[in-house]
Design a protein around this ligand. Structure first.
Ligand SMILES: CC(C)(COP(=O)(O)OP(=O)(O)OC[C@H]1O[C@@H](n2cnc3c(N)ncnc32)[C@H](O)[C@@H]1OP(=O)(O)O)[C@@H](O)C(=O)NCCC(=O)NCCS
Length: 286
């Protein structure tokens, strides 16, 4: 099957948004779209979107399922490479859910990309996980090992500005941990139920969790330098369990990198199942 590629203008952007909602969701920085028009079959056969960010061009690319494996993806990809080079990019970056899209990795690898990071989102049953997650905190309490001056509160009750600053310092810049920077200072309401450890009123750690109905998603965790022992983690996990139980949580979701052995051990103990695998691929253009 053959086709032609058109640079997206005007109403073409509605097609790009429908086919590649994720790639079109960020509007900061220059963006370019390509539409694949087919001579037969469905008229629109696919699209690519490039978002320029400094020397990187972030690529989103899709071909409609009925016309895959006929070289059309590669045809659109080659046009996207030319557009990325013309736009001044030195590197192409693609981030996709390789669990939901099993064709992505072989396709991108065929075109010279390498997978650089992989973060899996797992889901576990809350009731079955709660005793496992809170056990260490319960033991610390039983042995009177909670450090003096420590108390646990929620983000809603904590000095939010300080938590936001710590979050920005420890987590927000970690592109490998978040698709987009988490703006705790601007969207604190989303994470109201996150447990925060205070030492004499000053935040020293937090487990940023988002509540969506009865599903609790752990977005990130920080413990300030000097306090990074297992104690703070155990307290944060125990507190998250208490908050979840008080709010009828049914599922808990959390992320793990492919090399995080501790979290992967926990995955096995909680019998957590993968929901998505965000893989970041990169390819130099020069
Ligand atoms: C990935 C995608 C764009 C490929 O489109 P396509 O038109 O099928 O790609 P091509 O026909 O040009 O495939 C080129 C090569 O990629 C590899 N490839 C593509 N799909 C594959 C699959 N399902 N399994 C294994 N290899 C695959 C093969 O090496 C293929 O060459 P071959 O057919 O000669 O063996 C399409 O499957 C898609 O839209 N997937 C969903 C979105 C996505 O994953 N986008 C990529 C990341 S941005």
């Amino acid at each position: 099957m053959t086709g032609a590629i058109r640079r997206a203008v005007g109403a073409d952007w509605a097609i790009c948004r429908a086919l590649l909602p994720q790639a079109c969701s960020r509007t900061d920085g220059p963006i370019e779209g390509l539409i694949l028009l087919l001579e037969s079959g469905p008229r629109v056969g696919g699209a690519a979107v490039l978002r320029f960010d400094g020397q990187d061009a972030w690529l989103g690319l899709t071909v409609v399922p009925t016309v895959r494996r006929q070289g059309l993806g590669s045809y659109v990809y080659n046009a996207a490479v030319a557009a990325a080079r013309a736009g001044g990019a030195r590197r192409l970056v693609a981030a996709c859910d390789t669990f939901a899209e099993p064709a992505a990795a072989p396709f991108l690898e065929k075109h010279g990309f390498a997978a650089v990071t992989q973060i899996t989102t797992f889901e576990a049953n809350f009731a079955a996980s709660a005793p496992i997650l809170s056990r260490m905190r319960d033991e610390l309490v039983a042995r009177n090992r909670i450090p003096a001056g420590w108390s646990v509160t929620t983000l809603a009750q904590a000095p939010q500005q300080s938590v936001a600053q710590l979050f920005a310092e420890y987590i927000a810049h970690r592109a490998d941990l978040a698709d987009a920077p988490l703006r705790l200072d601007q969207e604190a309401g989303r994470w109201d139920s996150s447990p925060v450890i205070l030492e004499n009123g000053r935040p020293v750690g937090a487990l940023v969790t988002e509540r969506d109905g009865t599903t609790w998603t752990v977005e990130g965790r920080f413990v300030v330098r000097g306090y990074q022992s297992g104690v703070a983690n155990a307290i944060l996990l125990g507190a998250a369990v208490d908050l979840g139980a008080a709010n009828q949580a049914t599922y808990i979701r959390f992320d793990s990198r492919e090399d995080n052995r501790d979290t992967l051990k926990l995955v096995r103990r909680l019998e957590a199942v993968p929901l998505r695998v965000r893989t970041r691929f990169e390819r130099a253009l020069y």
